[in-house]
Structure formats: C-alpha cells, structure tokens
Design a protein around this ligand. Sequence first.
Ligand code: NAP
Length: 523
Amino acid sequence: MSADAELTGLSLIGGQPGDRHDESFRAYHPTDGRGLDPFYFSASDFEVDEAVKIAAAAAPVLAASSGAERTVLLRAMADGVDAAADALVERAHLETALPRPRLTGEVARTSNQLRLFATVVAEGSWVMARIDTADSGRTPPKPDIRSMLRPLGPVAVFGASNFPIAFSVAGGDTASALAAGNPVIVKAHPAHPGTSELAGRVLTRAIESCGFPAGTFSLLFDAGTRVGSALVRHPLMRAVGFTGSFKGGRALMDLAASRAQPIPVYAEMGSANPVFILPRALRERGESLAAGLHASFTLGAGQFCTKPGLVFLDTPEAPFLAKLRSLTANDPGFALLSSAIAKTFGKGLQERSVLQTAEGQRQGAGFAAHAALQETDYAAFAVSPALHQELFGPSTLLITNTNREQMFAAARALEGHLTATILGTEEDLREYAELISILETKVGRVIFNGFPTGVEVTHAMVHGGPYPATSDGRSTSVGSQAILRFARPVCYQNLPQDALPAELKDDNPRKILRLWNGAWQTP
Ligand code: NAP
C-alpha cells in the first residue's frame, strides 16, 4: 500500500486519531496547483485542550526520565525517520515540489539531528551543573547551593514550510525540546500535511515502543491561526518554537506576552543575509563569485532563511555582472511552496523601486516564479527602508557604488539578521577589519569566503541573530545549543544528597562535567 493511501487527514492526539470536523483543507502540488488527497481536518478546540492536558500530565514523567532513557527514544525516532525515508520524500515532493535529492538530504539531516541530541543527552553535561559547597565556618554560614538546567513543560512547535522534514514535525525544534525533557505539540504547516502526518506517526510509534507516556507528542492540523493561537494561549503551555514569517512570529510573541503567565517564544523569522564583496576579490575572481552567489540565492527556489538577499559592492567589474545576469536570465522557472509565498514574492519584486537587470523564465501553472536580479546603488538604498527587508524567493539585490565607509555605514544600519557574509582576499579583510566588529553585533553567524545557505548541524553552529531575525538573539535553532532554549536553571539549596537530582550528587553518578566551587571538573 502506498504511503498516500494510508494517510487519514486526522490529528494525532497522544497517538490517538482526532475526529473529522467541518473545517478541512488540503495540500496543493506547487507545479500545477492541483489539490492533493486526503482532506485534512482542523483540530477542534476540545482536541487542542485534550492534547495540552495529556502533555501536561506527561511533563513530570519526561522531566524525571534520565538522559539515557531519552537517548533511546531519540534514537528510535531517528531510526523510524530513516525507515520511512521513501514515503517521506515522495509525499514531501508532491506537497512542496522540492527536488527528491534535496528531500532525501533533509531526511538524513532529520535523523542526524535526532541522533545528535541523543548523544548530547547521553553525555549529559549540557545541564550545566554547578555546585558551591557549604561553608559553616563563614560568617554568616554559607549554604550548600547547586543548580542545573531543568525542562520547561509542554512546548508548542510550528512546523516550517520551507523545510518540510528537517524543520517540521520531527525537526530541530521537536528534537531539542524532547531532548531537554519536554512534551511537544506540533502545529503542522498546512502546506505539507501529508508529510507531517507520516512524520507524526513515526514519532508516535517510537514513543509507544520506548514506553514514554502518550502525551509526549501530539500533532494538530489547521489551515488557519485558530489552533496555533489556542495552543499558545493555553495556560498549561510553557514555551513555543516557530519558524516562518516575521508577521506570524511577532503575532505569537505578542500572544505569549499577553498571557496571564507569559511564556518564551523562540521564533526564527525573516533575514536578508547581507553579503559584502570586497574590491580585490571582486577584481580577481568576479566570475566565480557571481556563480557562487547565483547558486546560493536560487537554492531551494530562494526559500532559505539564509538566502543572500542584499549584496553590497563598489563599482562592479564587467565579468562579475555579466556572469550574474546571464546565469539569472538562463534560470528555468521555479515552483514556490505555496500560492501565498508565490504571490508575496511576485508583489515584492514589482513594488521595489529598483532596476530588474535579469529575469529567468517563468513556467508552469502552479505557484510559478522566475528568478530575478535587481540592482540599485548605495545612495538610493540608504534612503529606502523597504529595500532592507527579506524577499522570500529566488532573487537578490545588488547595491553598487558602496565604498569602504559606506559599507561600514550600511553594516551599522542593519537590523538583526541570521548571517552576514564577507567575500574578500586576506588583504581586503585587513583593510575592512572593522566590518567584522560591526557585523558581529548584527547577526548570529559571520561567514568569510563562503555563502550563507547551508547550515551545518554541529555543536558550535549558531542559527539565530538579534531581533527581528529571531525573537531572542541569545539562542540558536540549529545545532546542539538549541536544547538550551527549552530548559531553565533551577537551584537547590541545602538539599540532602538523597533528594538531589543525580547530576548534582557529590559522587557524580552521571559522570558529567561540573563547575565545583568555581573550578571545572571532569568526571
Ligand atoms: P507563516 O505564514 O509565518 O506560517 C508559519 C506557521 O505559523 C503556519 O503554521 C501558520 O499557520 C502559523 N501562523 C502564522 N501566523 C500565525 C498567527 N498569527 N497565529 C497562529 N499561527 C500562525 O510562514 P510560511 O507560511 O512558512 O511562509 C510565509 C512567509 O514566511 C514567506 O513568504 C517568508 O517571507 C517567511 N518565511 C521565512 C522563513 C525563514 O526561515 N526566515 C521560513 C519560512 C517562511 P497557518 O498557515 O495555518 O495560518
């Protein structure tokens, strides 16, 4: 039986199917716009409440689980994702039109992410245990003080449209929240409900087979904002993970802040990912920079949060411009992820008062778009705030005639972004060293001689950045540090050894790295 034939269109509430309701929606195939079966039923208010209540009931069980137990769960989830790879790729291809090789890569990224967090919690030092022992001889006597990170409770995750597997139901937010010991309720993105259902079933099976409570995970469908808003408003929810538009992220931040008990929202929103091309590099390897830039801004039809959308350079050399324009003009058409994204992209291109110097083809009946190269100069850019914003899709904006001082001024005027890239020779970089110190205050990742698309999932990665790139610039949504978003420090003062969490007992039974009276101690 094909994976599609197995799809039910129903939410998964702690592993149990939700009901069929009046409100329903379906996914669309982006290349021809045809509706895909089955219809998906939006969760009712009762089902949202039920999912949150069972999550809240599961929260203490997860919080009491050991790192070793959660490692087993995360590994079972990873194995399940790998085993479902073919079905996930086929359905995601239908719902997003993203190429199969890209989606196959996303499956591997998803299971690797789950395994990365499994390794992090197996090792255990992520809890940042600190121990300051008592000193009864001091006046006044110093108490015994110990602290570590503990989970928050039920976390709402909003799946991203542009990473239907790796940043959706079984993606980074879910993996990091579960790893920290929190139950998760995912609000599926309505553009890929079938992929979401398949991934949701994988997670549910792993939870059942590892003996975790059913409330550990639920998956809710909706094609509007009712379910997501109800989740964030629910008094038993404790945190939110989101990837999407600035408008959506900001709405959820405001909703969370207006609760009687506000909760943290980790929203990864828009970013235009500025690129600075320095003069020697432009002269010496203009054509190869043009090829790299073109590949980066059209990757995934330009629907990457790290797409380079603003490119600052001085007077461009002819080979660079000629190459970039010709590559763009020869681009085949693209199918964007949703009709809303295609509409916003088309409108955004038209509304910008800049020159469109190259335009690719536009093919297909669905959510079709053409690649676009737009150009303006620094003087015009500096007085046009609208040009500074992200435009999601296969386009980039060259800002020419930007001299050294203007590059510094442009960098200082930036809002928060996820990344900033410097393309230059080492001599260039010495001359423009100030750029690095400005950019590190504006972004989460500074890149030298590379392109911002492509985000490694590692321990040191930072995929974040000051507002408005994210809701909280102290965090990352990619890499093992993402786990820190879903935990908070708890201090235990004068507790007897028996009552302390294992991580804080004198004999260090978990064998983790700890700060003991101010000195780091390895087990
Ligand atoms: P979106 O419109 O922000 O939606 C993301 C998710 O959040 C969806 O599940 C959506 O639900 C939900 N949502 C949005 N506003 C909400 C609200 N006020 N209350 C409750 N839930 C809400 O993002 P998208 O559909 O993925 O793409 C739209 C635009 O987002 C793109 O054109 C692009 O500009 C931006 N985007 C940015 C990134 C990035 O990484 N920077 C990634 C993807 C998209 P419903 O759809 O059911 O309403």
